[in-house]
Design a protein around this ligand. Structure first.
Ligand code: NAD
Length: 296
């Protein structure tokens, strides 16, 4: 297929690479010239604007930081909607709020295009390996249409329901993750303060009812899980600022839905406290630093 791809950051660049590897023709655009150059070297065709990247393509994918960037890439004079042919589907894989998705889908529909939300989980490792999970919101026919393209970048392509439900799935999962990580950080810190070996405590939790991904794969206490970011100084992994962004999306969506998110709002403040301390780029499991004075 001929695909227009906009947003070649930590996630978008490896995703576009995988489309090329799968034999697709990929037109790329990003504001960052270096990112464009790297994709050109891998065989992509670079464009001077989103409009130029989507002229004459069969599918468009955007992978941008937040809703404001998606809006500008779609609606600018040299944006996607100005260049795309009628009938071509737009897939947005950025993590944004479900209400914006609905607004963008309406704009796209007025232009004669389907707009599908397909946020991802799996992080930069999954993007590079082509093993992302895509949570797809849109009609059944739009899902069937985008599935083969997404399969070149991911392993699990899940139809979540109507437009916006992909983002609902994504932000609800990350709401759980933000809360469980803070919970495990609290329990591991308390255990260590009360004198138990953190490895022993981690082992007990991981074979007991407290077990979760935050305890058995990403344990925030250094040394408990050798492959976790906590054991390499909280580098790599999923940044605190990205978790803060996702919890903000969850609390905003909850406000619109008039639905309480007691623990999510508290967790949001914990990651915000980390961010204002200058730890926004550390892996989000560094939230344990709020509980521990000594650093390892
Ligand atoms: P990033 O900041 O690394 O990349 C974003 C890219 O978009 C950059 O290259 C930037 O130059 C480009 N960009 C911004 N505005 C633009 C515009 N107007 N026109 C063209 N290009 C523009 O972000 P990322 O880590 O690749 O994340 C992208 C999205 O995926 C975010 O919504 C993020 O929440 C989500 N996500 C990230 C991860 C992760 O682990 N990094 C995991 C899951 C989901």
């Amino acid at each position: 297929m001929k695909i227009g791809f906009i947003g070649l950051g930590n996630m978008g660049a490896p995703m576009a690479h995988n489309l090329l590897k799968a034999g697709h023709t990929v037109n790329v655009f990003d504001l960052n010239a270096e990112a464009l150059k790297a994709l050109a070297e891998a065989g992509a065709k670079t464009a001077a604007s989103p409009k130029a990247a989507v002229t004459d393509v069969e599918c468009v994918i955007t992978m941008l930081p937040a809703a404001a960037h998606v809006r500008s890439v779609l609606t600018a004079d040299d944006g996607v909607l100005a260049g795309i042919a009628k009938g071509v589907t737009i897939i947005d894989s950025s993590t944004i709020d479900p209400a914006s998705v609905k607004a963008f889908a309406e704009l796209a529909a007025r232009n004669g295009n389907a707009f599908v939300d397909a946020p991802v989980s799996g992080g930069t490792g999954g993007a590079a390996a082509g093993t992302l999970t895509f949570m797809v919101g849109g009609s059944a026919s739009a899902y069937e249409q985008v599935k083969p393209v997404l399969s070149a970048m991911g392993k699990n392509i899940v139809h979540c329901g109507d437009t916006g439900t992909g983002q609902v799935a994504k932000i609800c999962n990350n709401l759980v993750l933000g809360i469980t990580m803070a919970g495990v950080a609290e329990a591991m810190s308390l255990g260590a303060a009360l004198g138990i070996d953190p490895k022993v405590l981690g082992g007990i939790i991981n074979t007991s009812t407290g077990r979760c991904w935050s305890s058995d794969t990403y344990n925030p206490f250094p040394g408990v899980i050798e492959t976790a970011p906590s054991t390499r100084g909280y580098t790599g992994g999923f940044g605190t600022d990205l978790m803060l962004k996702d919890l903000g999306l969850a609390t905003d969506a909850a406000r619109l839905a008039r639905q309480p998110v007691y623990l999510g709002a508290l967790a949001q403040q914990l990651y915000q406290a980390m961010s204002v301390k200058g730890a926004g780029r550390l892996d989000f499991s560094a939230v344990i630093k709020l509980y521990r004075t000594e650093e390892s």
